[in-house]
Write a protein that binds this ligand. Sequence first.
Ligand code: BGC
Length: 737
Amino acid sequence: MKFFYKKTVIISEILYLFTVILLFSSTGCKKDKRIYQDTGQPVENQIEELLSRMTLEEKVSMCHANTKFSSTGVPRLGIPSLAMSDGPHGVREEIKPHSWESAGWTNDSCSYFPTLTALAATWNVELAKQYGGALGQEARARNKDVILGPGINIIRTPICGRNFEYMSEDPFLIAEMVVPYIRGMQEQDVAACVKHYALNNQEVDRGVVDVQVDERALREIYLPGFEAAVKQGGVLTVMGAYNKYLGLYCCNNDYLLNKILKEEWGFKGAVISDWSATHNTVESANAGLDIEMGTDKDYNDFFFADPLIKAVRNGQVAEEVVNDKVRRILRVMFRTNVFGKRSKGSFNTPEHQQIALKVAEEAIVLLKNNNSFLPLNMEKLRSVAVIGDNATRVHASGGMSSGLKALYEVTPLLGLENLLDSRVKINYALGYKKTSQFTWDRGIIYHSDPAEETQLLQEAVAIAKKSDAAIIFAGLNHDFDTEMLDRPDMKLPYAQNKLIDVVYKVNPNTVVVLICGSPVEMDLWIDKAPAVLQAWYAGMEGGNAMARILFGEVNPSGKLPYTIPEKLADSPAHSIGEYPGEKFTVKYKEGLLVGYRFFDTNNIEPLYCFGHGLSYTRFEYSDLDLSGKTLSSDDSLHVSLKIKNTGNVDGAEVVQLYIHDGAASVFRPLKELKGFKKVFCRAGEEKKVIFTITKKYLTFYDINSSDWTAEPGMYGVLIGSSSRDIRLKNEFEYKDL
Ligand code: BGC
């Protein structure tokens, strides 16, 4: 937007200066103490004061980008631009202000934290807080005001390319993890930006697809994470998604933005569009979008630049609508201490690396461990074959907008080399080659070479044969787990299935470690595998964490944040739902039956269920006790139980609480997660675990009253080690008093 002084501005400035001089002469103060410089006045007064001094042009200038990653400030009033950066698991490399090219900095290599599926797999709310805090510190050290994350869309289909950036298929787990992440980050004077609001559950056609979902599923499955981010996390910014919801783009969707987010939930911060997700001026402005980012035009021509000024002048958008946007943006600035004493942050500290390691260690899920095959014993093994492209691949820079320039990334092979002493010989072979390439325009392109494939398989067989045990690092990479596309299927790409097969034939002592951020099919080899680990994209310390788990330095305690179906066709979006839709419309026909809600309600056995994860020790559950037989609407019920580590190593268990509504007059999933606690117990130790149940955990969204309702009747309390491994049960009656 062109910046020009108008007569009115000059007059108001003269008046302002005059007032300041008067003020100073009366108080004897020598310093120009402008009101926005933290005068101790309530923030809202300071906002009004600033707003009253702005021209329409200045106000509008704050509502759109002035570089790829910042929106405009008002230098005349000392308001800086708002600096944003991706992304959910690290601070993105600096790019040039007006192009996507690297800025060529040499000091912007950041800490690379495990991606959000991994964070969710820790089920550790304290770690989520530390993660958000560390990322916030890194953002401050890089002078950022807003981090464009966390991504909290529901994992609806196993093949969505961005699953690795998201947390879970379950809204309760997302809500519990996202709140501490946001608080941790915002305590560092950096605004979090929850994305992508809402219903961006597939990458295919994401820029145009119209999502049709019923109101209950919207409220009970797709929105609770965002609602918790706003109401409990106090998130300062929200990113409007690319797709449409019921015919309207999310960035001009009055129902999503004004009605639900701002009016119902009381969101006081700013809505930022996803990059180029704004489609018009008047409708978006009136629907509640506050900042337009990423539009591929001259900045003056952005929908929220000159066209917005024009729309205000011709009465299509009230100036008060623009004022509201500016208030919100200023509020984000005040809340992050832009005008006050602000945290300076810190970058690449040993503490951040420790947090990355801890998250990776607690995230890794032991899917299978027949006859306590793992941990491997360093004292007994003389040689180990390490096989697979993922043993040496670094992943930080992949996935598109969430890709990072990491300070370092410990690969699995390096992690093993770091851990194992010289008595254990590591024999390495590639085994299969990454023969794919991600392209913007043509999706994934393959270029396989059968002769090379055979040779790689033979080399792997040869080292597996001569080693005491083998570890295959298989899975995906960011050609598949990426923004912009979904996977064609759930299969392991390249020659991986063949590789696993031939290696087992020569060495049954083989572990498979899956590095990926979404489910893969395992049917061709799972029966042969004595042990399988799900290791995610585990961040800069991932290789160390994997080695420590494989060799028992760390006892695994991660639990799956999503269901792994046996095959894609089993998953609800692909069986009873629709994917990717027809003619750019996708109907979420499965409604509430997302993830385990579908598998459990319809009694379909998945390969590994939601909440599943084994340990090197055993936990015994006992003494379930409810504080009463009934619960009333303004009351709470305490659920207590004991958990004992009955094995001989220390470990942590995630105790999960599910509620079953036995008396519903409307359809309800068989059970829903309503509580969890990660409990650490030394070998032999017993601990008491207490949950508190209130009415809110029993409710469903009643479409008749447009409100949350709990029906009187009997409810089951199910306590489990996973959604299907229920160890204790009891019930109580809810009375609507
Ligand atoms: C992504 C966002 C990201 C933005 C800026 C978009 O393509 O969907 O998640 O924050 O780009 O890089």
